[in-house]
Ligand binder design. Structure first.
Ligand code: TGC
Ligand code: FAD
Length: 390
């Protein structure tokens, strides 16, 4: 028995396996019982609910596609997408924590790390015993990470790391950070920096109106000695961090739809119950237009992400297709959140309902992992062959 209505206008459940549906109902149950009752309070207080970490780990949300021999869940990409969808139905900030841990910390260690690095970090990250963050963005280099100024200097038996990262999810409490910095040849290298290393600090970012239940911070490196065995041997260049972003952006393409579905479900229920001028507001054409457009956009986006998942399972999804999926889902979700909020009138701005929180969260989701504009330019370049970035 499902816990609440879930839009499935085109019977897409028929495209899912029994395992996918089991993963979905398990995640849904967990979100309903562990996340929904507490999340508004944590968001209002701007605090990350750390007690959710073991539950996320148990669901397999940390490294869903990482092989089981390293502690990952060994699932396919549709399962990964479903997990992100259900978690973001609860809150984008909680999904962020899972995205960062799985796609931006575990994935690079798995894909670019040495066997020793994999064994040292992956099982603890999968179980949530160790938490990680991902440092790419800098104060002066957001959309253009290739311009980064963080750097490492070869000192013989170790590297000396200097620089700063900004807007880093999970930074205030992470045990390790996957950090990208340029070597003396100007090549971008990835490495694991551990909390406690001298010269490494993680000041928290305050006063966010968005993603309030997710902890955000800076990473500051002041002559940090990074042992050579902490550098990823398997990659150099911007394709290293961008390869991780493909993984996370894919999850967001599914995740944002979870937030959209929650807003739609809430608005639909409210429209049937709220009476004005003697009838439910859902009986007025203007409100029906909003609901009809919401379910249409959700359905189109569901089909897109499902197909993206199939391509990803086959190893055929391109970075450009993932960009289109991320951009479309977040735009759909943000439009739906804004319209759903209006449908609830004054009640829409309160914490009694989840819509305003989703709406504010999605303002970060539309910016991080590549802004709306950047993903449009990626599609533009793909179809024209012409680079409009610079
Ligand atoms: P460009 O010259 O195009 O490419 C440099 C090298 O990278 C390769 N490449 C990719 N590889 C894998 N996946 C991709 N998506 C790739 N895109 C490009 C490319 O083939 C090339 O390789 P090689 O071997 O020739 O060197 O790079 P550019 O400097 O022109 O930049 C391109 C651009 C603007 C698209 C890229 O930099 C970009 O995507 N910018 C947006 C930055 C971004 O998304 N930052 C996200 C930070 S992390 C984050 O936000 C986490 S939020 C987490 C949460 O809480 O959920
Ligand atoms: P800018 O790059 O300065 O962009 C400003 C505006 O200019 C945007 O509208 C952009 O679309 C536009 N613009 C930029 N370049 C072009 C162009 N060529 N053509 C047209 N328009 C352009 N980063 C991490 O590394 N790790 C994290 O864990 C992480 N978590 C985050 C959590 C939150 C809550 C937020 C808000 C951000 C997070 N980020 C993280 C950073 C995020 O990825 C960046 O904010 C994002 O990439 C945009 O960079 P910027 O903020 O510097 O904006």
């Amino acid at each position: 028995q499902d816990l609440y209505e879930s839009p499935d206008y085109f019977l897409l459940d028929e495209l899912l396996t029994d395992e996918h549906k089991l993963i979905r109902s398990t995640a849904r149950q967990w979100v309903k019982t562990a996340v929904s009752p507490i999340i508004e309070d944590y968001a209002q207080r701007a605090e990350f609910p750390k007690q959710l970490i073991p539950g996320l780990a148990e669901l397999g949300a940390f490294g869903p596609t990482i092989p089981t021999e390293y502690g990952g869940a060994g699932l396919d990409y549709i399962s990964y997408g479903i997990l992100m969808q259900e978690i973001e139905r609860g809150d984008s900030g909680i999904r962020s924590t899972a995205s960062v841990q799985g796609s931006l910390v575990m994935y690079p260690i798995f894909a670019y790390g040495s066997e020793e690095q994999r064994k040292r970090y992956l099982p603890k990250l999968a179980s949530g015993e160790m938490m990680g963050c991902f440092g790419l963005t800098e104060p002066d280099h957001g959309s253009n990470p290739g311009g980064m100024s963080s750097n490492i200097k070869d000192m013989g038996d170790h590297y000396l790391l200097n620089g700063a990262k900004m807007w880093i999810s999970n930074a205030p409490f992470a045990d390790i950070a996957v950090v990208w910095a340029k070597d003396e040849q100007g090549k971008i290298r990835g490495m694991v920096v551990e909390r406690g290393m001298e010269g490494f600090s993680t000041p928290e970012t305050h006063n966010k109106w968005s993603l309030r239940a997710s902890a955000t911070g800076e990473l500051v490196f002041d002559n940090v000695k990074v042992p050579k065995e902490n550098i990823f041997p398997g990659v150099s260049g911007l394709k290293g961090p961008l390869g991780c972003l493909n993984q996370a952006r894919y999850g967001i393409a599914w995740g944002a739809l979870g937030a959209a579905m929650d807003c739609y479900d809430t608005a639909l229920r409210y429209a049937k119950e709220r009476v004005q001028f003697g009838k439910p507001i859902g009986g007025f054409q203007l409100q029906q237009k909003k609901l009809a457009e919401m379910i249409t956009e959700i359905t189109k986006a569901q089909l897109l992400v499902w197909r993206l998942g199939v391509l990803k399972n086959d190893g055929r999804a391109t970075a450009e297709q993932i960009s289109m999926g991320k951009r479309n889902s977040v735009e759909v979700a943000l439009d739906i959140a804004r319209n759903a909020r209006q449908m609830l009138g004054g009640m829409g701005i309160t914490g009694e309902f989840s819509i305003m929180r989703h709406m504010m969260n999605l303002e970060s989701v539309v910016t991080y992992e590549g802004t709306h504009d950047i993903h449009l330019l990626i599609t533009g370049m793909d179809v024209t062959g012409l680079n409009a970035f610079k």
